[in-house]
Design a protein around this ligand. Sequence first.
Ligand code: F3S
Length: 391
Amino acid sequence: MDLTRAELAVLNGEEGEGKQKAMELITALGKIYGAENLIDITSAHLSGASYKTIGDGGLKYLEDMVSGNAKVSVNSTLNPVGMDRTRWKEMHITEEFAEKQNRIIELYGKMGVKTTCSCTPYVGPNVPKFKDHVAWAESSALSFVNSFIGARTNREGGPGALAAAILGKTANYGLHLDENRKPTAVIDADIDGSIFSYSLLGQAVGMAIGSGVPYFRNIRPEVEEAKTLSAAMAASGSVALYHAEGVTPEAKNFDVSDLETIHIGKQELQNAYDKLNKTDDIQLIAIGCPHLTEKEMHQIASFLKGKEKRNKDIEIWFCTSAAIRDKCPDDVRIMERFGPVLADTCMVVAPIEGSFERTGTNSAKAGNYLPTLCSQKAMCRDISALMEMVM
Ligand code: F3S
């Protein structure tokens, strides 16, 4: 790989141990994936923020980075953590977990990361521009910025995104290059356009094409639909980029006439639904994967207005960012008659397995991860169907 004199100096430790470790990791990744050089990035989004997912090993890694004086050099935001920072007791979190989680947040803060703790930073503090090179972890968020905005990132892991944030650079390979952004299959989608239909569509497409680049026909996603679709395909497959005809900024660049067309209609959506639904009996309903936007908060509050929660055996959590929660006090008041509106966290990265065994969600991403990462039997239905279970 061609490194500039300044990059070589970093690699040789001339700018401190934190930067050296970051450069070692980025150049190692670059070699594995055949990058010829490094490129500047404009932002990073970091995962690896929950104590549940990184454990004591991850905490030690962050301690070492901070003692090595590592600091991020571009706008960097943090993914959800394992608890709401102020309301963790409502989530059945232990004191020990809370203490370690708070230390992790503090360490990221010391490195200059904005500890916003949300998986939808693109609606707030971290909005890349078209063609920006960025280094984002969090599979739903990186797919959103790649696809809906046309920024360029690979599917980074937590340490890779942190290393890139420290350097302000990443290795130039994969989705940073034009040739890897071409669609690999056309998806002829026949859905009703509801948010839940985007969850099932994403589930079906991820199952059908794995890590390909789908080119959608017949859908008109806005932010909420695009984030839902991004999350679902990243979890049921490993899709990191898609195009939607007439909607996403790069779709017009491609001639797709020779590509295979995959039809996703009633039968495929039913198969996706069956894959995600493994129980009819739940203890927790968790909404907000990816984190709820302001528009979704309004929609949920209008649906719940004037209704009562009668079933006391099922808990409900709504997950969003602290910024969105603060913006919607009237919606929060209505929603909290049903359950807490939690910020900074989600049903997957919180240690829910200590308190629940069966969870319902409207998100295909959560529907995939609740069984594997949280030992849950999962139910996946639209929000109104879930809410009607407690009324
Ligand atoms: Fe976000 Fe958690 Fe879902 S990080 S995308 S709400 S699994």
